[in-house]
Design a protein around this ligand. Structure first.
Ligand code: BTN
Length: 245
């Protein structure tokens, strides 16, 4: 990972740039970074606030060999990698909210967007998009985000070196992808559950189809879906969407 890194001053979205490189045959581990994004993308069609020089706005080309249904596992793997890198570098105990929002003191510090290009039920490539609010100050946030977002600088009470953080994320990604290739998803799921702030909490889940489920999050199933147990003892798998804790 990081053998080839493209650094841009300003771009629309590093997801688009990485996709273009992947289409041109860029190998796994190719990275695109930008100082600012003019239309950063979030999950579920949301926007991602990406101000100049204050964060890590990064996309990584992945070339998984597993069939299509396995991509949620890569989303969770990426969340573990970023969470470990943040903890190692800053000492701040970030936790993962399913599927892969990273929270500190209940506020979001990082988000991950995994997009896949497929053909005949096969994955051609995935782009792991990682946004980390690194050196934003409280007054950098637009009003609608002040209650929701936080940065590593606010939480660690010091400037964080973005280059060191990027290096740590790439190291963690490489290690976890190796573990995943050698031992499958189970060890990744264990790491995810240990870093998660979702397990054993009561949650309300909204699936992509707009169906609401209420219950206790009990763990991940082998595919990477979140298992929610309702008060009636029924176990429901949540594959996509969002949860409220
Ligand atoms: C989310 O929490 O909704 C996911 C946010 C992902 C943001 C990153 S920033 C780098 C990459 N480029 C984008 O346009 N989005 C991802």
């Amino acid at each position: 990972f990081g053998q080839r890194i493209v650094i841009l001053d300003s771009t629309v979205s590093t997801q688009q740039d990485a996709m273009r490189l992947a289409e041109e045959g860029a190998p796994e581990g190719t990275v695109v970074l930008a100082e600012e994004q003019t239309a950063g993308r979030g999950r579920l069609g949301r926007k991602w606030f990406s101000p100049r020089g204050k964060g890590v706005w990064m996309s990584i080309v992945l070339r998984p060999t597993q069939p299509l249904g396995f991509t949620p596992q890569l989303t969770l793997l990426t969340g573990v990698a970023v969470c470990r890198a943040i903890r190692r570098l800053t000492g701040v105990e970030a936790g993962i909210k399913w599927p892969n929002d990273l929270l500190i003191h209940g506020r979001k510090v990082s988000g991950i967007l995994l997009e896949s290009a497929t053909e005949d039920q096969r994955v051609r490539y995935c782009i792991a998009g990682i946004g980390i609010d690194v050196n934003l100050n409280t007054d950098d946030y637009p009003e609608e985000l002040t209650q929701l977002g936080t940065s590593l600088k606010i939480e660690a009470e010091r400037e964080i070196d973005r280059t060191e953080l990027i290096a740590a994320v790439l190291e963690e990604m490489e290690q976890l992808c190796r573990l995943y290739a050698e031992q499958g998803f189970q060890p990744i799921a264990m790491l995810w559950e240990a870093l998660s702030v979702t397990i054993n909490r009561s949650v309300r889940a909204h699936t992509g189809q707009g169906i609401a489920v209420e219950g206790t999050a009990v763990g991940l199933d082998p595919s990477g879906a979140l298992v929610v147990e309702t008060d009636q003892g029924e176990r429901i798998q949540v594959i996509s969407g969002d949860i409220q804790l």
